[in-house]
Structure formats: C-alpha cells, structure tokens
Design a protein around this ligand. Structure first.
Ligand SMILES: C[S@@+](CC[C@H](N)C(=O)[O-])C[C@H]1O[C@@H](n2cnc3c(N)ncnc32)[C@H](O)[C@@H]1O
Length: 362
C-alpha cells in the first residue's frame, strides 16, 4: 500500500526565535560536523560518485541499527526514513509471516523506490515522520515494537543535481526533501529578511560569516539578481567569506543551514521523539541514527530526560523505590561506525546511533 499523504507543517510557522534561543544554549557544546553528504568534493570524484548513487544509498550502521531493534518475528516495526530501503529490507528479512513493517519517507523518489517492495507485510507512507502517530492511527496502529530513524539526507538526494542540495552542480535551488510541498530555498531567499537569513545561517550552519553572507545574498536580491540556482548561491557565499577552511567549499555551511531550515529537520526530530515514546510497546526499541551534533543532542537529551527520575532537590526525603520509574531507558552507549565501515563508506563518518527501550511503566 502506498499512501500519498503529505502534511508537512508550513515552514513559515517555524519559530526562528525559538530556534535561536535553543541554539544559544547549545552553542558551547555544538561542534558542527560537516554533513558527510555536504563536504566539499575536493578529494572525491563527483561524477563517478554521483552517477553511482543517484539511485542508490549505502546504508549506514545497517547491522547495528537492525540488531538494536531486537526484532520480534511477529512484531510491528516502523522505519521512519525509508530512503532506498536498506534498513527496511533487513528488518523484513528478520520478520515472520505475521510481522509488519510500516515505512515513512517525505521524498517522492523514496516512495517510488518503496513500491518495488512487493511484500504483504510492508506498507509505505508518504509523509514526514512528525505525523507518524496520526498516520499510524489512521491505519489502526496505536502501538509498535520498534522504531528506526536514520535521519538526514540520502545519497540520491544530494547527488541528483535537480534537487538543488549540492553546490557541486548548477541547478535550481530547491532543497526540499518533499518535492510536493513547502517553499524551495530559492523561494525562501526571495522573501526572507537579512536578519532572519543571518540567524538561519548562524544557527543551523554555525557559520561565523553568517552576517556578511546574509548581507551579500540580500544585496544581490535587491540589485535585481534574485538567487535561484545553487551555482549563484555558491558564488555569492564564496565572495562573502573572507577566510576559507582547508578542504571545505566556503558554501558548505550555508548550504547545510538552508537545508536544515527548509526541511525543518530539528523541529521534525523534536516533535517525533515524544511520539515514539507514546507508540512503543513495553520492551519496544527506538533506534536513531543522526549525522549532526544538533540532532544527536536532541536524541540524547530526550532519552536522558525520560530516564532522569531524580528531579527532586538534593536531600529530599524520598526513597529510591518511591521515585517515579522511567518509561524509557538508554540501551548501551552511542554507537559509531567501525573504521572498516568509514573506509568503505566515508559518508558514514559522522553517524551516531542511539538506542533506547520502552519500559513497562505506564
Ligand atoms: C539517510 S536517508 C535513509 C536511508 C535508509 N535508511 C536506507 O538505508 O536506504 C534519510 C531519508 O529520510 C528521509 N527523511 C528525512 N527527514 C524526514 C522526515 N522528517 N520525514 C520523513 N522522511 C524524512 C529523507 O527523505 C531520506 O530519504
């Protein structure tokens, strides 16, 4: 079954103010990792890499993530980020005849790829994962045994020039993961203010030249040269950055920031974590792979907040047994790809997998 539903929240509703204050508190701990799919192509061969991956995505932490779900053969599982189905196929291989896998993706090409899986145990839903609980309820599913999120962008998305995610090609500046809804990056640049743009670039890209970059973009627009292509944007950004980082295209951070903003990536994750908790059956597992320190922080903090029973003042007279019991507990420590995986697939290098288990506490 393929459902053509999409209800991505309006980007205009995104509270930039809220994002800014949140990120101020994160600033110290924030180490902006270059997204593995957005690193400058200086050391790679973009053509061969792109050709190879327009229709394929090398799944990251495949064994680790599926193992972390501790699949019950007759369980119900959710893959919130189908991509090209690497994790989904492995989950299906471990499910029995009565098992079920429901996969989500907001990208129409991913949905097309999902149609190739002809398996009665499998359903594909076109939706952003922040609508997971609602979409599952519409399918009569209120409890599941495991949820996987492998967030971020896929290789086909970055390598298909027309998607407008990459400064490696000159193409229309789109950057929407869901091609069917929302504003493109070009449309956003046509209406944003210098102040808002500067905040987006600073908060989501941790770009120290955010202000001059925003000024240069708005100046171009005001001079009648609206920025509508990736090539134009990369050129204007390069002109505004006065100190380059070795081995990195000067537009890397700006492209990353716009992508995160356009797709509301952090908001999606923050809205979805509580839904995962609400959906998981006792002993159900949540496995989240993130590629950016801001995303990983949201996941880590959510699990920690759920685990933390002890929010009482020091020396408060209460027995351990009287403390409320956690609904979710972390399983092991954060898992990173092995050296062998990073060698095999350099795009995996900033991945972090966190796993948590739902307890029986109501
Ligand atoms: C890293 S890829 C997943 C790859 C997949 N695990 C595989 O093995 O092929 C991320 C996918 O998640 C999708 N995605 C990212 N954010 C999403 C969101 N908020 N809702 C739904 N899909 C999302 C992207 O469109 C992309 O296809």
């Amino acid at each position: 079954m393929t459902k053509g539903v999409n209800s991505a929240p309006n980007k205009a509703s995104l509270s930039l103010k809220k994002a800014s204050s949140k990120h101020k508190t994160l600033q110290d701990a924030l180490t902006l990792e270059k997204h593995p799919l957005e690193v400058s192509s200086v050391n790679s061969n973009p053509n061969s890499e792109a050709e190879a991956s327009i229709n394929s995505h090398v799944t990251v932490l495949l064994d680790e993530a599926v193992h972390a779900l501790a699949i019950k053969p007759n369980g119900i599982y959710v893959d919130g980020t189908f991509g090209r189905g690497g994790h989904s196929k492995k989950i299906l291989a471990q499910l029995g005849a009565a098992g079920r896998l429901i996969a989500f993706d907001r990208d129409l090409s991913a949905i097309e790829a999902g149609k190739a899986i002809d398996d009665p145990r499998f359903s594909m839903v076109h939706s952003h994962f922040a609508a997971m609980q609602k979409k599952l309820a519409e399918m009569g599913v209120t409890q599941v045994d495991g949820i996987l999120l492998d967030i971020g962008i896929s290789s086909p998305q970055i390598d298909e020039a027309s998607r407008g995610f990459s400064f490696r090609y000159d193409a229309p500046l789109d950057m929407r993961m869901d091609q069917s809804s929302g504003k493109t990056a070009a449309e956003f640049l046509a209406i944003t203010t210098e102040q808002q743009l500067s905040e987006v670039i600073k908060n989501y890209g941790e770009e120290r030249f955010a202000k001059p970059i925003a000024r240069a973009i708005i100046t171009e627009r005001n001079d009648g040269r609206a920025i509508t292509t990736t090539g134009q944007l990369a050129k204007v950004v390069a002109g505004a950055v006065t100190r380059f980082e070795p081995g990195q295209n000067p537009a890397t951070r700006t492209f990353q920031a716009l992508r995160i903003f356009i797709n509301q990536e952090l908001e999606e994750l923050s809205l979805t974590m509580p839904q995962c908790l609400a959906l998981l059956a006792p002993q159900g597992r949540l496995a989240v792979i993130s590629f950016h320190s801001l995303e990983d922080r949201i996941v880590k903090q959510f699990i920690r907040d759920q685990e933390n029973r002890d929010n009482l003042p020091a020396n408060f007279p209460v027995r351990a047994s009287e403390l409320p019991q956690p609904k979710l507990v972390a399983v092991g420590k954060a898992i990173k790809p092995s050296a062998a995986e990073v060698k095999r697939n350099p795009r995996s290098r900033s991945a972090v997998l966190r796993v948590a288990e739902r307890t029986s506490v109501l």
